[in-house]
Design a protein around this ligand. Structure first.
Ligand SMILES: Cc1ncc(C[n+]2csc(CCOP(=O)(O)OP(=O)(O)O)c2C)c(N)n1
Ligand code: SF4
Length: 529
C-alpha cells in the first residue's frame, strides 16, 4: 500500500535522507534550512544515527566529511550564507571526493525573508565542480535526496541539494519509499585521496576536471531535466529552474503553451539547452536566483536570438520570483486569482519579545554610552540585532557572524573610542571566538558584551554550544584576563550597579568582556515544557 505523509520541503529532505540510510546529520541552524535537522534530531535514537547541532557550518561540513571518510552516509544542512563559512571545506571536498555518500542541503533565501543577502548556492556547486539538484516540490525533495546519495557514492563526489524558502517552508503530501540500511564501516583504501598535499591535490583535481563530460552527460539524461518541445509554440522558448518552473506553469494556468526546458540538475544540460535554442525564435530565462543559466547561454557573442531574463530587465534583477511576476513577463492578463494577500498589511519591523533580556542589555549600554560624543556599537546576528530599532539604537553594524568582534578590534586600532560590541552566545561560539583570540593577544581597547541567553534564540531556541560557566571558561581560555571578565544579570532593577561595571570597563584602556547572562524567555518556556 502506498504510504503518504504531509511534509515541509525541509522535512521531505530529512525523511529522504533517513530512508537513504544516513548514519549522521550535521548542521548549524539558519532559516530556511533549520527544519531539516529538527526533523531528524528526535528520530536519531530510533534510526541509530548521530544528530547534534555543530558549532558552525564549517565544523558541520567537516564532521559530515569525516563520517563519509569512514564509509558512512551523511547529510549536512545550512543556510546559504552558512556555505560561505563552510566554503573552504566544501570546495576542497570536491577535490578529495567522498567515500560514503555525502549530501549538502543548502537553503537559499531569494527575497531575503530572513537573511543578509540572496546569494545563489548553485554557483558554489559550479565552483566546486560537483553536481547540484534543485527540487521544485516536496516529492522531489524526498526523491532527489535519495538519488543524490546514490549518485554521490557512484561518482564519489559530494552532492549539493539547493533549496529555497518557498519550498523549504511549504507542505505537500509525499509518497514514501523503502528504508535502506546504513553502510558498514569502510575507511578509504587510497591514502592520497583525503590528503590534499599539492602532489595529491593536482592528481585529484585533474581527475575531477576530466570527469566533467561524464557528469554533464548525467545531467543531460536526468529525469529531473525536462525538455518539452512537441506540440508547443516555438516563438518563445522558456527555461526555468527549480521552483520557478512551478511559477511559470501556474501563470499559464497549468499547461504552458510554449516550448519549455525545466532544469533541476546541474551542471547545466548544455545539449538540452542547445536543442531549445535551435528550436525557438527567442528565449526567456525565468530563473530563481542569479542569472546563472542566462549568463551561461548568453556567451560573449550572444546566441544569435533574442535572450530575455534578469540581465535585460525582462525579469526583475533582484528578489524572489512569483507566479504574478511570471504573468507579467509572459504578458498574461491578471484576471485570475493571483493577488497579493498582504497588500493591505502595513509593514512592521520585528520586535523583541516581552521580557527579553536583550531589551534590558541595550537599555544598559545606551545609558552608559550617553556620556560619550560617539555612540557607535558593533553588533552581530541574532535576536539582539533588533537592538537596531528605537528605542535602543544600539546596533550600528551587522555583517556576518562574528564580525562584531573583529570589526570592533579593527576600529579600535583605527582610534575609535569607545568601542563596544554585542554578540549572542551562539554567534560567539560560531565565529566570535577566533576574533577574540586576536583581541586578547593585542589587548585591543574594546569592550565585548556577550549576550548569554543560553539559546540559539533567533532560529527557534536550539541548543547552544556553551552557556553559563562553560562560556566563561572559554572566554578565560582565549586569553582575556580574569579581572576584565565581568558577569552581570541585565535586570532593570540592577541598572545602577551594572552601569557602573560597564562604564569602568569601557573606560579601561584594553580588552574587557562583559557577559550579560539571562535566559531567553522563549527558551525558558520551552524548557518548562
Ligand atoms: C553564517 C550564518 N549561519 C547561520 C545564520 C542564521 N542565524 C542567524 S542568528 C543565529 C544565531 C543566533 O543565536 P545567538 O547568537 O545566541 O543570539 P540570540 O538569537 O539567541 O539572541 C543564526 C544561527 C546566519 N545568519 N549566518
Ligand atoms: S526569542 Fe528570546 S532572545 Fe529572541 S526576542 Fe524572544 S526572548 Fe528575546
Amino acid at each position: 500500500m502506498e504510504v503518504r505523509e504531509i511534509l515541509l520541503g525541509d522535512e521531505a529532505v530529512a525523511l529522504g535522507a533517513l530512508h537513504a540510510g544516513i548514519s549522521g546529520a550535521f548542521g548549524y541552524p539558519g532559516t530556511p534550512s533549520t527544519e531539516m535537522f529538527e526533523y531528524v534530531e528526535p528520530l536519531a535514537a530510533e534510526y541509530g544515527i548521530h544528530a547534534r547541532w555543530s558549532a558552525n557550518e564549517k565544523v558541520a561540513y567537516e564532521e559530515a566529511l569525516g563520517m563519509s571518510f569512514a564509509g558512512k552516509r551523511a547529510i549536512v544542512s545550512m543556510k546559504h550564507v552558512g556555505l560561505n563559512v563552510a566554503a573552504d571545506a566544501f570546495v576542497n571536498s570536491g577535490v578529495t571526493g567522498v567515500n560514503g555518500g555525502l549530501v549538502l542541503m543548502v537553503a537559499d533565501d531569494p527575497g531575503m525573508h530572513s537573511s543578509q543577502n540572496e546569494q545563489d548556492s548553485r554557483f558554489y556547486a559550479k565552483f566546486a565542480a560537483v553536481p547540484c539538484y534543485e527540487p521544485k516540490n516536496q516529492q522531489e525533495c524526498y526523491d532527489m535526496v535519495r538519488e543524490a546519495f546514490d549518485v554521490s557514492e557512484r561518482l564519489r563526489l559530494p552532492i549539493v541539494l539547493r533549496m529555497v524558502t518557498r519550498l523549504a517552508h511549504s507542505r505537500a503530501d509525499v509518497v514514501i519509499g523503502d528504508r535502506r540500511p546504513q553502510n558498514g564501516l569502510n575507511p578509504p583504501t587510497d591514502k592520497q585521496q583525503f590528503t590534499l598535499l599539492p602532489t595529491n591535490a593536482r592528481r585529484n583535481w585533474a581527475a575531477l576536471v576530466a570527469r566533467q563530460g561524464e557528469i554533464i552527460g548525467e545531467s543531460e539524461a536526468s529525469r529531473f531535466n525536462r525538455l518539452e518541445l512537441e506540440g508547443r509554440d516555438r516563438k518563445i522558448g522558456i527555461i526555468a529552474n527549480g521552483v520557478a518552473c512551478n511559477y511559470v506553469r501556474e501563470a499559464f494556468g497549468g499547461e504552458v503553451p510554449h516550448a519549455m526546458l525545466s532544469i533541476s540538475r546541474y551542471p547545466l544540460p548544455l545539449g538540452l539547452i542547445r536543442k531549445l535554442i535551435e528550436a525557438c525564435e527567442s528565449i526567456y530565462v525565468f530563473e530563481e536566483g542569479y542569472p546563472l543559466i542566462e549568463e551561461a547561454i548568453a556567451g560573449i557573442n550572444g546566441i544569435g536570438k533574442p535572450l530575455h531574463g534578469r540581465s535585460d530587465g525582462t525579469v526583475p534583477a533582484t528578489g524572489e520570483l512569483t507566479p504574478a511576476i511570471a504573468m507579467d513577463v509572459f504578458g498574461i492578463g491578471r484576471t485570475g486569482g493571483i493577488k497579493s494577500t498582504l497588500g493591505h498589511v502595513p509593514g512592521r519591523p520585528p520586535k523583541l519579545c516581552q521580557g527579553c533580556s536583550h531589551a534590558d542589555s541595550y537599555t544598559l549600554i545606551k545609558e552608559v554610552l550617553k556620556d560619550y560624543p560617539v555612540k557607535r556599537t558593533f553588533s552581530d546576528i541574532g535576536c539582539y540585532t533588533l537592538g537596531f530599532y528605537e528605542p535602543f539604537d544600539g546596533v550600528h553594524s551587522c555583517v556576518d557572524m562574528g564580525a562584531s568582534v573583529s570589526m570592533a578590534k579593527g576600529a579600535s586600532h583605527g582610534g575609535l573610542f569607545p568601542v563596544v560590541a554585542t554578540i549572542g552566545d551562539s554567534t560567539f561560539m560560531h565565529s566570535g571566538m577566533t576574533g577574540l583570540v586576536g583581541a586578547a593577544r593585542d589587548n585591543a581597547n574594546m569592550t565585548l558584551c556577550i549576550l548569554d541567553n543560553s539559546s540559539v534564540a533567533m532560529t527557534g531556541t536550539q541548543e547552544t554550544m556553551a552557556t553559563g560557566d562553560a562560556l566563561y571558561n572559554v572566554v578565560r581560555g582565549l586569553g582575556v584576563p580574569e579581572e576584565h571578565i565581568k558577569i552581570i544579570n541585565p535586570l532593570r532593577n540592577k541598572m545602577e550597579q551594572n552601569a557602573a561595571i560597564l562604564k569602568a570597563e569601557v573606560e579601561y584602556r584594553g580588552l574587557s568582556v562583559i557577559i550579560l547572562r539571562r535566559i531567553c524567555v522563549q527558551a525558558a518556556r520551552k524548557a518548562r515544557g
